[in-house]
Ligand binder design. Structure first.
Ligand SMILES: [Zn+2]
Length: 203
Protein backbone atom coordinates (compact mmCIF):
# COMPACT_ATOMS: atom_id res chain seq x y z
CA UNK A 1 0.00 0.00 0.00
CA UNK A 2 1.43 3.37 -1.02
CA UNK A 3 1.05 5.97 1.71
CA UNK A 4 3.15 8.95 0.62
CA UNK A 5 1.96 8.84 -2.99
CA UNK A 6 -1.62 9.65 -3.93
CA UNK A 7 -3.43 8.39 -7.00
CA UNK A 8 -5.35 11.07 -8.91
CA UNK A 9 -8.06 9.62 -11.13
CA UNK A 10 -8.87 12.30 -13.68
CA UNK A 11 -12.33 12.81 -15.21
CA UNK A 12 -13.41 9.21 -15.85
CA UNK A 13 -16.93 10.38 -16.62
CA UNK A 14 -19.67 9.22 -18.97
CA UNK A 15 -19.39 12.21 -21.31
CA UNK A 16 -15.72 11.37 -21.98
CA UNK A 17 -16.43 7.69 -22.65
CA UNK A 18 -18.11 5.76 -25.47
CA UNK A 19 -21.33 7.45 -26.60
CA UNK A 20 -20.53 10.74 -24.86
CA UNK A 21 -20.37 14.12 -26.64
CA UNK A 22 -16.63 14.39 -25.96
CA UNK A 23 -15.76 10.70 -26.06
CA UNK A 24 -12.05 9.96 -25.82
CA UNK A 25 -11.15 7.07 -28.12
CA UNK A 26 -10.99 3.81 -26.13
CA UNK A 27 -11.64 5.79 -22.93
CA UNK A 28 -13.64 3.01 -21.30
CA UNK A 29 -10.58 0.76 -21.43
CA UNK A 30 -8.95 2.59 -18.53
CA UNK A 31 -11.66 1.66 -16.04
CA UNK A 32 -10.57 -1.88 -15.06
CA UNK A 33 -6.92 -0.80 -15.00
CA UNK A 34 -7.69 2.10 -12.68
CA UNK A 35 -9.83 -0.07 -10.39
CA UNK A 36 -6.90 -2.46 -9.98
CA UNK A 37 -4.36 0.33 -9.60
CA UNK A 38 -6.34 2.20 -6.94
CA UNK A 39 -6.12 -0.72 -4.50
CA UNK A 40 -2.45 0.09 -3.99
CA UNK A 41 -3.01 3.66 -2.75
CA UNK A 42 -4.25 4.77 0.65
CA UNK A 43 -5.09 8.22 -0.76
CA UNK A 44 -7.12 8.36 -3.94
CA UNK A 45 -8.56 11.59 -5.35
CA UNK A 46 -11.17 11.40 -8.09
CA UNK A 47 -11.77 14.50 -10.20
CA UNK A 48 -14.95 15.40 -12.03
CA UNK A 49 -15.30 18.01 -14.73
CA UNK A 50 -18.41 19.89 -13.57
CA UNK A 51 -19.68 22.83 -15.57
CA UNK A 52 -22.71 25.14 -15.52
CA UNK A 53 -24.90 24.56 -18.61
CA UNK A 54 -23.78 27.90 -20.10
CA UNK A 55 -20.07 27.39 -19.52
CA UNK A 56 -18.02 29.69 -21.73
CA UNK A 57 -15.81 26.81 -22.96
CA UNK A 58 -18.80 25.34 -24.80
CA UNK A 59 -18.97 26.09 -28.53
CA UNK A 60 -22.74 26.42 -28.09
CA UNK A 61 -22.13 29.69 -26.21
CA UNK A 62 -20.34 31.26 -29.17
CA UNK A 63 -22.73 31.83 -32.10
CA UNK A 64 -21.17 30.93 -35.43
CA UNK A 65 -18.43 28.86 -33.82
CA UNK A 66 -18.03 25.10 -34.01
CA UNK A 67 -16.61 22.64 -31.54
CA UNK A 68 -12.81 22.29 -31.58
CA UNK A 69 -12.30 25.76 -33.05
CA UNK A 70 -10.06 27.96 -30.91
CA UNK A 71 -10.67 31.47 -29.64
CA UNK A 72 -8.62 34.00 -27.75
CA UNK A 73 -9.90 34.02 -24.19
CA UNK A 74 -8.36 36.31 -21.60
CA UNK A 75 -5.09 36.34 -23.50
CA UNK A 76 -4.84 32.59 -23.93
CA UNK A 77 -5.92 30.20 -26.67
CA UNK A 78 -9.03 28.29 -25.68
CA UNK A 79 -10.50 25.31 -27.49
CA UNK A 80 -14.27 25.40 -27.82
CA UNK A 81 -15.65 22.08 -26.66
CA UNK A 82 -18.90 20.30 -27.31
CA UNK A 83 -21.24 20.71 -24.33
CA UNK A 84 -20.02 18.20 -21.73
CA UNK A 85 -20.16 17.37 -18.04
CA UNK A 86 -22.95 19.75 -17.15
CA UNK A 87 -23.18 19.70 -13.38
CA UNK A 88 -25.48 17.02 -11.96
CA UNK A 89 -26.35 15.71 -15.45
CA UNK A 90 -26.16 12.01 -16.28
CA UNK A 91 -23.16 12.69 -18.51
CA UNK A 92 -21.22 14.27 -15.66
CA UNK A 93 -21.51 11.12 -13.56
CA UNK A 94 -18.47 9.00 -12.98
CA UNK A 95 -18.17 5.96 -15.25
CA UNK A 96 -20.49 3.33 -13.76
CA UNK A 97 -17.72 0.75 -13.85
CA UNK A 98 -15.41 2.74 -11.60
CA UNK A 99 -15.03 0.89 -8.29
CA UNK A 100 -12.89 2.83 -5.82
CA UNK A 101 -14.89 2.78 -2.60
CA UNK A 102 -11.97 4.01 -0.48
CA UNK A 103 -11.52 7.23 -2.47
CA UNK A 104 -11.97 9.92 0.18
CA UNK A 105 -12.11 13.00 -2.05
CA UNK A 106 -14.11 13.71 -5.18
CA UNK A 107 -12.92 17.04 -6.49
CA UNK A 108 -15.12 18.98 -8.90
CA UNK A 109 -13.64 21.58 -11.20
CA UNK A 110 -14.85 23.97 -13.88
CA UNK A 111 -17.75 25.40 -11.89
CA UNK A 112 -16.96 29.01 -12.74
CA UNK A 113 -18.72 29.87 -15.99
CA UNK A 114 -15.95 32.17 -17.14
CA UNK A 115 -12.90 30.00 -16.33
CA UNK A 116 -12.05 26.59 -17.74
CA UNK A 117 -10.30 24.16 -15.44
CA UNK A 118 -8.33 21.30 -16.91
CA UNK A 119 -6.08 20.95 -13.89
CA UNK A 120 -7.02 19.42 -10.56
CA UNK A 121 -4.84 22.03 -8.82
CA UNK A 122 -5.32 25.36 -10.62
CA UNK A 123 -8.07 26.72 -12.81
CA UNK A 124 -7.10 27.80 -16.31
CA UNK A 125 -6.61 31.42 -15.21
CA UNK A 126 -3.50 29.89 -13.56
CA UNK A 127 -4.35 31.72 -10.34
CA UNK A 128 -7.47 30.22 -8.74
CA UNK A 129 -6.53 27.21 -6.62
CA UNK A 130 -8.83 24.26 -6.08
CA UNK A 131 -7.24 23.54 -2.69
CA UNK A 132 -5.93 20.12 -3.73
CA UNK A 133 -2.33 21.08 -3.00
CA UNK A 134 -3.23 21.84 0.60
CA UNK A 135 -5.29 18.67 0.96
CA UNK A 136 -2.43 16.49 -0.23
CA UNK A 137 0.19 18.28 1.84
CA UNK A 138 -1.95 17.99 4.97
CA UNK A 139 -2.10 14.23 4.45
CA UNK A 140 1.68 13.90 4.13
CA UNK A 141 1.61 13.21 0.41
CA UNK A 142 4.90 13.83 -1.42
CA UNK A 143 4.06 12.62 -4.91
CA UNK A 144 1.13 11.86 -7.15
CA UNK A 145 0.50 9.23 -9.77
CA UNK A 146 -2.05 10.25 -12.40
CA UNK A 147 -4.39 8.30 -14.63
CA UNK A 148 -7.63 8.91 -16.51
CA UNK A 149 -8.88 11.18 -19.29
CA UNK A 150 -7.56 12.83 -21.26
CA UNK A 151 -3.78 12.47 -21.26
CA UNK A 152 -3.18 15.62 -23.30
CA UNK A 153 -5.50 17.95 -21.39
CA UNK A 154 -6.69 17.34 -17.86
CA UNK A 155 -4.07 14.71 -16.99
CA UNK A 156 -1.23 16.77 -18.49
CA UNK A 157 -2.26 20.02 -16.84
CA UNK A 158 -2.76 18.31 -13.48
CA UNK A 159 0.63 16.61 -13.67
CA UNK A 160 2.45 19.83 -14.49
CA UNK A 161 0.68 21.66 -11.69
CA UNK A 162 1.58 18.89 -9.26
CA UNK A 163 5.21 19.68 -10.04
CA UNK A 164 4.51 23.41 -9.69
CA UNK A 165 3.29 22.78 -6.14
CA UNK A 166 6.32 20.69 -5.29
CA UNK A 167 4.96 17.17 -5.63
CA UNK A 168 6.59 14.38 -7.57
CA UNK A 169 4.40 13.48 -10.55
CA UNK A 170 4.17 10.39 -12.68
CA UNK A 171 1.65 9.62 -15.41
CA UNK A 172 0.60 5.96 -15.55
CA UNK A 173 0.41 5.87 -19.33
CA UNK A 174 -1.54 2.60 -19.91
CA UNK A 175 -4.31 3.89 -17.61
CA UNK A 176 -4.81 7.08 -19.66
CA UNK A 177 -6.24 7.83 -23.07
CA UNK A 178 -5.76 11.00 -25.15
CA UNK A 179 -7.88 13.23 -27.38
CA UNK A 180 -4.78 13.83 -29.58
CA UNK A 181 -5.95 16.44 -32.09
CA UNK A 182 -3.44 18.46 -34.10
CA UNK A 183 -0.42 17.07 -32.29
CA UNK A 184 -1.81 17.80 -28.82
CA UNK A 185 -0.51 14.58 -27.28
CA UNK A 186 3.09 15.08 -28.39
CA UNK A 187 2.95 18.70 -27.24
CA UNK A 188 1.58 17.64 -23.87
CA UNK A 189 4.35 15.09 -23.35
CA UNK A 190 7.00 17.65 -24.28
CA UNK A 191 5.57 20.07 -21.73
CA UNK A 192 5.24 17.40 -19.06
CA UNK A 193 8.78 16.14 -19.59
CA UNK A 194 10.11 19.70 -19.35
CA UNK A 195 8.24 20.10 -16.07
CA UNK A 196 9.79 16.95 -14.62
CA UNK A 197 6.79 14.68 -14.95
CA UNK A 198 7.72 11.01 -15.29
CA UNK A 199 5.92 8.52 -17.52
CA UNK A 200 5.33 5.03 -16.27
CA UNK A 201 3.79 1.72 -17.20
CA UNK A 202 1.40 0.01 -14.79
CA UNK A 203 2.89 0.03 -11.30
ZN1 LIG B 1 -14.67 20.64 -19.33
Amino acid sequence: MRRDTALIVVDVQRDFCAGGPLAVADGDAVVPLINALARHYATVVITQDWHPADHASFASQHPGRAAFETIDWAGATQILWPDHCVMASAGAALHPGLEIPHAALILRKGLNRMIDSYSAFLEADRTTRTGLDGYLAARGIAAVDLCGLATDYCVAWSAQDARRFGFGARVIEPACRAIDRDGSLAAAWAAMTAAGVARSGLV
